[in-house]
Design a protein around this ligand. Sequence first.
Ligand SMILES: [Zn+2]
Length: 246
Amino acid sequence: MTHYIQHPTQLWVSDQATLEAKMIAYLQKKLCSNHGCTICITCTQISSKDHPWVIWTTPERSYTLEQIDEIIAQSAFQLDDHEQRFFILPQAERLTEQCSNRLLKTIEEPFPGYNFFFLTSRSQALPITIQSRCVVTRLKATTNFEIYKELLQPFLSLQFSHPVNFIKQLENLDIKEQETKELLDDLYEHWADKLKEAIKNQDPHAHVIEKLIIILQNALHNPPMTGGAKIFWKNLYIHAHHGTKI
Ligand SMILES: [Zn+2]
């Protein structure tokens, strides 16, 4: 991915969920001093979209000229050497001709440190003036398991020491019952494989994995009810935390 990474104007093409997940992971890698640890203050700010250097602009039916003017104003001054700014424009196909024309000068010759990311699932619907100034990258669609990797981290690492972080992440996600069930299946399969391995290698942690698997089985038998996905995950976190204590 290195050849285009320095280009200040990029167009990423994929489905919305993939784009958002990859964008967040990219920014975390870029700005976290720990190469995207996902749990530090920088990483959590990025995933909850309130990092001061990352400006997300989301369109309603289409982008408005006011939104574009805001971006232009925010990128009009020179940055200090260590500073960077990332302007993210999801659903970029909702940029009108008028909006993209007004934005052109800004993205053509930005001051060093400014970056513009246009995200879209339909690059053909994007004004050609924008397309022609971007390095285009098509991203492979990610699975739910990848999209929610950060949320699942405690269940994958069995580190349940940051409940506040977990709840914060959860609040920022739009996770539903169906995705929850799929993620439980994925987690179950992941740990069922690990358990086989652990038993084969006479790993002393096998019994901890076994406990987690029982918790996951219980959860699969009692999936969340409509509107209950977030409570469900909080409870699962608590059960898994207590159940896997050594
Ligand atoms: Zn970090």
